[in-house]
Write a new protein. Structure first.
Length: 135
């Protein structure tokens, strides 16, 4: 059933993310979401990232693991402001992510996944993961 609903679930998530961030288009929301996912993913070892990916709906899961350079070492979690700058630098010319991008995507994610399951997984990840996804 999860895959039968994948498109509708993805559309709902993108609308939520765009609305929360006050973006004008779903293309803008997509870039923001992709950048936030990549900023989080680069701070995890592969096994931890895959554990997190299991909580995501199918299309978001695919976005989370796409274009992954597995040879890059995991970066440490940083201050929210520094990670937000990373998000905003992703595809710089096509990215208008607000300063609240990480919080906005976290809020949209929490509206669209099983929050209890998300929190259980985040608690198993390295220090910084829980704070990253705090809405």
């Amino acid at each position: 059933m999860e895959y039968r609903q994948a498109s509708a679930d993805f559309d709902r998530f993108m609308l939520n993310a765009g609305d929360i961030a006050a973006l004008q288009t779903t293309n803008q929301a997509y870039t923001m979401v992709q950048a936030v996912f990549y900023a989080f993913r680069c701070r995890l070892e592969v096994t931890d990232a895959l554990l997190f990916a299991e909580v995501l709906p199918p299309v978001l899961r695919a976005i989370f693991v796409a274009e992954w350079n597995l040879k890059e070492p995991a970066a440490p979690f940083a201050e929210r402001r520094a990670m937000t700058r990373e998000v905003q630098a992703f595809r710089g010319d096509h990215n208008i992510s607000p300063d609240t991008a990480i919080t906005d995507v976290a809020a949209a994610l929490r509206r669209n996944v099983d929050e209890a399951m998300l929190d259980r997984v985040l608690a198993r990840l390295p220090a910084g993961a829980v704070d990253f996804w705090r809405a």
